[in-house]
Design a binder for this molecule. Sequence first.
Ligand SMILES: [Cu+2]
Length: 417
Amino acid sequence: MEVEMALATGHSIPRSSGYLINGELGDFANCSNETTHRWQVDYGKTYLLRIVNAVVDDELFFAIGGHNLTIIGVDAAYVKPFTASYILISPGQTMDVLITTDRPLGHYYMASRQYKSGNNAPDLNIGSAIIEYAGEYNFSQSPVFPNSLPDNADSVAAINSASLIRSLGSEDYPVDVPRDVNTRMFIVVSMGELCTNRTNCNVTAANKRAASMNNISWTNPTVDILKAYYRNLSGYYTADFPEWPPIMYNFTANLNDPNVYITDQGTKVKVLEYNESVEVVFQGSSIKDGSGVHPMHMHGYSFHVVGMGYGIFNNETDPLTYNLVDPPKVNTFIVPKDGWLAIRFTASNPGVWIWHCHLDGHFSRGMATVFIVKNGDTKETSLRPPPSNMPRCTGLSNMHIRNWNNTIRADANEQYF
Ligand SMILES: [Cu+2]
């Protein structure tokens, strides 16, 4: 309810009371140190940790007292192993991490802390769990805390961590990053203000905070796009998502100019041919004091991160720095605060796929769009039709699917196909 009210009124979504590790707040929360998650390990072994950031609206730093982390996989793909004293992990991102239990017998904290990239106050909560070595020993001190856990606002630590990720890119596991690009898009991800009518934008009371891509704030249609597309139903979306922002401006300046912050609502999609190779450069923006990272997440695909940098993307010099040798292949990656991210993918998975910032406070306000990828020429390269026994959503007449402003857009018992 609080979230719905915040979205309806344009305020920030409320914060949770703390960060959990395997369901427990841990020793640094006031109420719960008796139930802190504990994990017993044997000395001299190597353990695999599968870590997912399931936090709704925050990037996290994560570290383990006294132990290094060896990162071997990201988003279910192997990476060149690298060792670090902490990681940055985005909402929705997954990491496979090895730790070796070669420290003195004792107790060690694993701990997570928010990476605060925006201009709001940091969340000082720490989520923690305890690793306990098995065996006979006297241990009376507090568990060892990871001093390597970066401070909340340490953007250098955050971007350094993200930039260490590389795909295997070896002879046995070559990269399949597109070298020739058919379609290029430049998408500015920004905060903004929504008008009830773009021609009447100076009615301040009617304005609402929005998040957008190329000044389009995504609006859910009343009929799902997958259904509308494959059944040729018109009127539910338009295929005119812009490849560029409406105007170019000083993206990293905190401008307060309606020409750049006014945002349209729309259900605008980008249509791609089967197997088209696509490059998208996401440019972060500071307008409306909205600078911060955006963990961009794509459904239906993993994409290659070919470049990342601070400032405004330069389309002549920055492509010269692209990594086409061992770019990470992931489905979520951050656009740095006041920076840019360049990704490439081949549109080989037909269907209707949403792209969105994985911070729910931004996603809910419209930082999303949809790619429709057309079928190929063969049955194997085409989306299969829905099965004849596709269940209908019945008996859920009390459930509604809601728009961002809390109005009801559809009943959940509407048949999907
Ligand atoms: Cu975002």
